[in-house]
Design a protein around this ligand. Structure first.
Ligand code: TYM
Length: 340
């Protein structure tokens, strides 16, 4: 089949409007979604319903949701090529999530690493935190997505989505596509600068020196990278050694931004004068990567009417897929209105 006629892969992937977007989200996820939007059909919900598994300030949530859409466009997601929309605006997701929660064993959910981490040592855990991956499965399955590009932390949730889909298909007949998680070869897990043994995370982005936020100015980026935890080996090369995780992380950031091979990156640092030099060069490439994104972001926020128009457009096109799919599911389980 000629390339132009080949069926495009359908992609669905989401991002939470919780806290400030950080470099891990961008390099591990969003930048790749933008890169591939000519060769695949992208559905990108801003998943506000997932965010409320933890209490949010209502005004702040609204603001974060709106500004995350602007940030996605600023990162290169093109509203003409990708469908960016707000999860809570498409109510079919929550209806499907309920249906899937009736076919998913609780044991499958209790095994999820993220659930275990987030519920650990908490006095009260919401049911939503446990059923979170079912809503994620609904996000994916309602668009018949073939692939789900995510960072490493979400891989288990996508595998669970396959199991949920398979179980439903076995119970009610072929209904859902079984999706695959796609992870970048480099950058699938950026680590915290203050602690390179935990992933860089939006929810810790307020902790000084943990993350590089997409809206940090160049001084702040330099400061965070300068403070990054390293080691006493004073050797600039990639390594799986836990003790060298900090340097490995800095080299990884440099590699994913420059697109160079491991060898090319190590060669680039052959003449470096210690970790101070490593840090200032890494800061340099990070700043040149995020500055144009920041400029586009502020330009977009200056035109809220246009942003609202783009959200409406995304919502409308998402509905065109999600609603008929939900109708098909309802029919399969005997909840359609035909005959009553
Ligand atoms: P969220 O909002 O935490 O993260 C959005 C994307 O960024 C990736 N990511 C990272 N990649 C590399 N290094 C890091 N340190 C890093 N931190 C985050 C995440 O893997 C993700 O791809 N549950 C999802 C949102 C979601 C979703 C979905 C994703 C809801 N429905 C359907 C895919 C499909 C989440 O909380 O992502």
């Amino acid at each position: 089949m000629p390339a132009s006629k080949a069926k495009k892969n359908r992609i669905l992937t989401g991002i939470q409007p919780s806290g400030d977007m950080q470099l891990g989200n961008y390099l591990g996820a969003v930048k790749n979604w933008a890169k591939n939007q000519d060769i695949q059909t992208n559905f990108i919900p801003v998943v506000d319903l997932h965010t409320i598994t933890v209490k949010q300030d209502p005004q702040e949530l609204k603001k974060q949701t709106f500004s995350l859409v602007a940030m996605l466009f600023a990162c290169g997601i093109d509203p003409e090529k990708s469908t960016v929309f707000i999860q809570s605006h498409i109510q079919a997701h929550t209806v499907l999530a309920w249906i899937l929660s009736c076919t998913t064993p609780i044991g499958w959910l209790e095994r999820m690493i993220q659930y275990k981490e987030k519920s650990h040592n908490q006095e009260r855990v919401s049911a939503g935190l446990l059923t979170y991956p079912i809503l994620m499965a609904a996000d994916i399955l309602i668009y018949d997505a073939d692939e789900v590009p995510v960072g490493e932390d979400q891989k288990q949730h996508v595998e669970l989505t396959r199991d949920i889909a398979e179980r439903f298909n076995n119970l009610y007949g072929e209904t859902f596509v079984l999706p695959k998680a796609i992870m970048p070869e480099v950058g699938a897990k950026l680590m915290g600068l203050d602690n390179p043994l935990i992933k860089m995370s939006k929810s810790h982005a307020h902790v000084r020196g943990h993350a590089i936020r997409m809206l940090d100015d160049s001084k702040e980026i330099e400061r965070s990278i300068k403070r990054a935890v390293t080691d006493s080996y004073n050797e600039i090369r990639f390594s799986n050694d836990k003790e060298r995780a900090g340097v490995n992380n800095l080299l990884g950031i440099y590699q994913v931004i420059t697109g160079k091979t491991v060898k090319e990156v190590e060669d680039d640092f052959k003449d470096a004068r210690g970790y101070g030099d490593l840090k200032s060069r890494v800061a340099g490439v990070v700043i040149s990567e995020v500055e144009p994104v920041q400029k586009r972001y502020y330009d977009l926020l200056n035109d809220p009417a246009e942003l609202r128009r783009l959200i409406q457009k995304g919502d409308n096109s998402a509905k065109q897929y999600a609603e008929p799919k939900l109708a098909d599911v309802l029919k399969k389980i005997g909840l359609d209105r035909d005959g009553n």
